[in-house]
Write a protein that binds this ligand. Structure first.
Ligand SMILES: *[C@@H]1O[C@H](CO)[C@@H](O)[C@H](O)[C@H]1NC(C)=O
Length: 293
């Protein structure tokens, strides 16, 4: 039976005929051809172009994140920044907010702009300080903004500074029209000039809401100890200058890590020459701020 079966099997195979054998040969030929070309392609890309492949893998690779605490986050945050200066400590955050977010903030603020005021020192009055700060502005807290826009920006500022949100004052949204400026000043309040302070401004975060065609730079005239010979004219636009660009952020520290005021954190807003400057300022304090502040 077995023999008979094998015989008949052999007979069947032979009976496949020439056309079938031809097709089989063609199949193996094509399989061999494409198989080897696939293999050689792999070889080429892994030997001649190892760099892009390596990068690709790295880009796609998820970081091996750690278990986080109750108040932590499960994912990475990427907020690119450039160090503009170490004296004072100033960081630049390109594309911190989107154009739509910036337009949204301007729309909210436009409703109640008032001439900006100054914190006055003894002997100073609104009249004799006229011209130092000529912008218009308004304070808006993130809780007042029902769109949630300021809430998102504030959360991102807290991440960028690692200073809790409740240390921030309400946003001060400012508009500078042509010729308007803010002479060089400190954001921190020197107790020798302003009296004892129960809380101090540690850092300032400026979010530029508009492109300014010309002028309107934020300037740090004393950067790296320059122009500190006592002859500096506080309205002069010199030193490190940061050009406002819509959506970009600027963070600088008014206090040293030891809590004293950094004399190099003196800064101002150069007059707008062409266009209009809109900026949202967040002053961040060393103490928790009350809701009303
Ligand atoms: C605080 O730190 C600054 C900068 O490092 C330093 O120049 C200053 O002397 C320090 N002041 C005190 C009181 O420690």
């Amino acid at each position: 039976m077995k023999n008979k079966g094998s015989k008949s099997g052999g007979g069947n195979w032979l009976s496949l005929g020439l056309p079938s054998i031809f097709l089989l040969c063609l199949f193996f030929f094509l399989a061999g051809f494409f198989g080897s070309s696939l293999f050689s392609q792999q070889e080429v890309s892994s030997t001649l172009r190892p760099q892009p492949r390596g990068l690709e893998v790295e880009n796609n690779q998820e970081f091996d994140l750690l278990p986080h605490g109750k108040t932590g986050e499960a994912s990475l945050t990427r907020i690119p920044f450039q160090i503009l200066s170490w004296s004072p400590r100033a960081l630049y955050f390109p594309n911190f907010a989107t154009a739509e977010q910036c337009q949204g903030i301007i729309k909210i603020a436009k409703k109640d702009l008032k001439p900006s005021s100054l914190a006055l020192r003894p002997g100073e009055t609104a009249d004799n300080t006229k011209g130092i700060r000529t912008s218009s502005g308004t304070f808006i807290s993130s809780s007042e903004d029902k769109t949630g826009l300021l809430d998102r920006i504030e959360a991102k500022i807290a991440k960028a500074t690692m200073i809790p949100r409740n240390h921030g004052e309400a946003f001060n949204v400012l508009r500078y029209e042509i010729g308007q400026r803010y002479q060089s000043h400190y954001d921190a309040f020197n107790p020798a000039e302003y009296g004892p302070q129960k809380s101090q401004r540690v850092a300032s975060f400026l979010l530029y809401l508009s492109d300014v065609e010309e002028g309107g730079e934020t300037m740090f005239p004393f950067e790296n100890g320059l122009n500190m010979d006592g002859n500096y004219d506080f309205s002069k636009c010199i030193g490190l200058r940061v050009k406002p660009r819509r959506g970009d952020g600027l963070l600088f520290y008014s206090l040293f890590p030891n809590g004293t005021i950094d004399p190099l954190s003196l800064h101002g807003s150069c007059p707008v020459i062409k266009g209009e400057k809109w900026v949202a300022t967040k002053w961040i304090r060393n103490q928790v701020q009350d809701e009303e502040d």
